[in-house]
Design a protein around this ligand. Structure first.
Ligand code: MLC
Ligand code: AMP
Length: 477
């Protein structure tokens, strides 16, 4: 237990002195809640789940998800957001691995846990002590290069530090209205995009889907999007121009191509803020609202975070703006480990406490970062979603007609990367395999293209040579 009474994680939301200021604290689609309504509905959830070791949330893009997450944070029950489109295999894995005791959401046939429906009309005025900052706030499932997704354990203090670092860099205050339509089960949409708004007291307008027209209609001051969202907005110049009145447009979760950065400037008059992070470290690096915004660069480490570059042997690499190295991160925003997986946790950290991001980067003499790429071809970013090639390959191998499968990410104008699967087997129906993956895992993990081949290129050890597949694919474009 900490010696001092901790500040509430949801500082502004739970500041009893604030009352309702006439603004809705949260809007999702056309449903709204004032600050008091949100606290009282969330406290009613807290009443039902208090004491549980963790609660899984059916993280639909809905006001119920915001209430459920808030209820977990009030009760001090670790929240496990579950992608609503995950198929039985992925959902089953998350529920089993997290050992969640409660299902917050509508009943689902394949979920055997006690179900607590979330009622936006419910009200409770019970009071809860703020949990210790070192306790777990959330367990976020994210893909590795192989195997099923791992549970990333995030403490309340890591989340608070990450949000405060960004608030300082962006001058993000309760005067802002935050707009986005990102999924409510990852760091970007949920931690930054929902918990961040509740901590700062800036009203959240969630557009359900991140469509250009919905962003244009929302009249916010602060907008979050992944590059695919920004690219679609720029393809709709009228929608893009409507964002001219915003204060900050923020891009993250995947590389923002330089031409897209420039197009955003041209259409909206704003140079976008770029920020970089990951589930395990939260957002660690960002450009500042009062600083340089350099196309292709993601800015400097936020307060409480340090970064460094190392070579293959772990030796330091100069921060000279040119030399490429492995990016490592340390500081207040780091996760507590992969749930129930001390071996993977240890593998991901250096002996002196730095997290190995798996990203390759350059840092200049001013501390500005450029993310050059990923170390492993098996980690794919498609539409801002992190997808492990191994997980998709496993899903494909469960199809009776598939004997071998190799999954790669190839460049894609809309999605950044798109998933392509090379398959050896008897099934030659292009549509069947993507559907099979979409129904087993999640929709966004489905291959966008299937290539049937007689053999996969393998090295002497039998390992598939993905570089050959990537080169071959690019040669045939
Ligand atoms: C098509 N669909 C199928 C299908 N084929 N559904 C099932 N099976 C099939 N075989 C339909 C779906 O029903 C759905 O329809 C639609 O296709 C989805 O299409 P999509 O192309 O997969 O998605 P799209 O709409 O294009 O989404 C793009 C996007 C999305 C940008 C909106 O990728 C997105 O929300 N990305 C954000 C990811 C994110 O938040 N990442 C942050 C991770 S945290 P319908 O009718 O429902 O549309 C992180 C840390 C950090 O990275 O730094 O932030
Ligand atoms: P996730 O675990 O889904 O949080 O994904 C984290 C990964 O997204 C990082 O390791 C990076 O590869 C990538 N990423 C996030 N933000 C950026 C960015 N601004 N530029 C480039 N890559 C990014």
């Amino acid at each position: 237990m900490s010696a001092l009474a901790p500040l509430p994680l949801l500082t502004a939301l739970q500041d009893t002195g604030r009352g309702d200021d006439g603004r809705d604290a949260v809007r999702v689609g056309n449903r709204t809640l004032t600050r008091t309504e949100l606290i009282d509905a969330a406290t009613a959830v807290a009443d039902r789940i208090a004491g549980a070791s963790s609660a899984a949330i059916d993280a639909t893009a809905s006001i119920e998800t915001v209430i459920a997450v808030t209820g977990c944070l009030i009760a001090g029950v670790p929240a496990v957001p579950v992608p609503p489109d995950s198929g039985p295999a992925e959902r089953g894995h998350i529920l089993k691995d997290s050992a969640a005791q409660i299902w917050l959401g509508s009943a689902r046939e394949d979920v055997a846990l006690p179900t607590v429906p979330v009622d936006a009309q419910a009200r409770s005025s019970a009071t809860y002590h703020e949990p210790d900052p070192a306790t777990t706030a959330m367990i976020m499932y994210t893909s590795g290069t192989t195997g099923a997704p791992k549970g990333v354990v995030l403490s309340r203090s890591a989340i608070a530090a990450g949000l405060d670092g960004l608030a300082e860099a962006w001058q993000w205050t309760s005067k802002d209205t935050l707009v986005h339509g990102l999924p409510l089960f990852h760091v970007h949409g949920l931690i930054l995009g929902a918990v961040g708004a509740l901590r700062q007291g800036s009203p959240l307008v969630h557009t359900v889907r991140p469509t250009p027209d919905a962003y244009a209609a929302a009249s916010g001051s602060l907008y979050f999007g992944v590059p695919t969202v920004w690219s679609r907005i720029c393809a709709n110049p009228a929608a893009a121009r409507a964002l001219a009145s915003a204060r900050l447009l923020v891009s993250g979760s995947a590389p923002l191509p330089v031409p897209l950065f420039e197009r955003i400037v041209e259409l909206t008059g704003h140079a976008p803020i770029e920020r970089y992070g990951m589930s395990e470290t939260l957002i660690t690096v960002s450009t500042r609202s009062d600083g340089e915004r350099r196309p292709g660069w993601v800015g400097g480490a936020i307060a409480g975070v340090r970064t460094r570059l190392v070579d293959q042997a772990g030796e330091p690499i100069p921060h000279d703006g040119e030399t490429v190295g492995r990016l490592e991160v340390t500081g207040d925003t780091l996760f507590d480990g992969y749930l129930g997986n001390p071996a993977k946790t240890a593998e991901s950290m250096t002996e002196d406490g730095w997290f190995k991001t798996g990203d390759i980067a350059v840092i200049d003499e001013h501390g500005f970062h450029r993310i050059v790429g990923r170390e492993s071809v098996d980690m794919i970013k498609s539409g801002g979603y992190r997808i492990g090639a191994g997980e998709v390959e496993q899903a494909l191998l469960n199809h009776p007609d598939v004997r071998e499968a190799a999954v790669i990410g190839v460049p894609d104008d809309d999605l950044g990367q798109r998933i392509v699967a090379y398959v050896v087997g008897d099934c030659h129906d292009n549509g069947a395999l993507p559907d099979f993956v979409a129904n087993t895992l999640s929709i966004h993990k489905r291959p966008r293209e299937i290539r049937f081949v007689d053999t996969l290129p393998r090295n002497a050890m039998g390992k598939v040579q993905k570089k050959i597949l990537i080169d071959e694919h690019s040669a045939q474009r």
